[in-house]
Ligand binder design. Structure first.
Ligand SMILES: [Zn+2]
Length: 305
């Protein structure tokens, strides 16, 4: 595989949805994803089930998927010690941990300013890696925050250095608010890669302002080879007009296919995942390629409304 697309629809995608997905439905999604060639996926979050009922079944889901699909690289989001204990019990050996580099966003999300959250996360990473787990450390709002505005590159670089030193094997730069542009992606990805050749650098991009695919392309050109994506472009908040989610997996797979870069994903098979989500959610998702391919097979103009 020349590029790894990490499927985030079950975590980032569904966290914005009010319809709760059952274990059976999630297992069907995993089956469809695996059949379409997805090899790495984020299954959910080990957070308080009362505040996030959508991911309350992550423990059972992780254990089941690990058993039935031993070849998949499965990961889940962990934000604190309790979450780490649950992750260990579920049998996952790859975890995603994440903090925000924006103070306001960090306070809102974790109840702590960014610097405090960074230290707590570094300790958690050190603990997880000492138990033999692999950790990807995410920096949310790395390219700007809707409330705090631009985030200084030096802050992001210092946070990346702290988390790499704590033992993270991958630094995930997240454009949580969809504010990044390609030049920012190029600059930041290049600097983090140069400063930490020992860690992987991955990108988590939201398509809120329509620059998702352009940013993926910029990241690829800057040497990034792992990108977070979600089927159909799931994610974002359905209550904010115009807000959209992650870059659609099928659109990213199509981009790389056109570039002759292998992702392992079969586009036609992948569209079954999008169809399944659309049937359960009873609405069309923003990703383009499912619609384009449907138009191609039915002979209808996919652009007609
Ligand atoms: Zn996200």
């Amino acid at each position: 595989m020349q590029v790894v697309l990490e499927e985030e629809s079950l975590r980032d995608g569904l966290q914005a949805e009010s319809r709760l997905f059952s274990l059976t439905e999630k297992m069907e999604i995993v089956r469809l994803l695996a059949e379409a060639g997805v090899r790495r996926l984020q299954l959910g979050s080990f957070v308080n089930p009362r505040s996030a009922p959508q991911v309350a079944n992550t423990d059972v889901l992780a254990a089941l998927v690990r058993r039935q699909y031993p070849d998949l690289l499965c990961t889940a989001l962990v934000l604190n010690e309790k979450g780490l204990e649950r992750a260990v019990r579920s049998g996952l050996n790859h975890l995603s941990m994440s903090i925000s580099v924006s103070d306001t966003h960090s306070l809102h999300n974790s109840g702590r300013p960014a610097a405090e959250a960074l230290e707590a996360m570094a300790e958690l990473i050190a603990r997880a890696t000492s138990e033999g787990l692999q950790v990807r450390a995410g920096l949310q709002c790395a390219f700007g925050c809707v409330t705090d505005g631009a985030i200084d590159e030096a802050i992001v670089l210092a946070a990346a250095a702290r988390l790499a030193a704590a033992g993270a094997s991958e630094i995930n730069l997240a454009d949580t608010t969809g504010m990044a542009g390609p030049h920012q992606i190029t600059s930041m990805a290049t600097k983090v890669r140069k400063a930490h050749p020992e860690v992987e650098v991955s990108l988590h991009l939201h398509d809120t302002r329509g620059l998702g695919l352009v940013n993926i392309y910029a990241g690829y050109e800057a040497g990034v080879r792992i990108f977070d994506v979600a089927a159909g472009g799931l994610g974002g908040c359905p209550f904010i007009p115009g807000a959209t989610g992650n870059v659609a997996t099928e659109d990213a797979a199509h981009l790389f296919q056109g570039m002759g870069v292998a992702t392992g994903i079969d586009l036609t098979l992948f569209c079954r995942v999008v169809d399944y989500y659309e049937a359960l959610l009873e609405r069309r998702l923003p990703g383009r390629m499912n619609r384009a391919l449907q138009g191609a097979t039915t002979g209808k103009d996919a652009c007609a409304s």
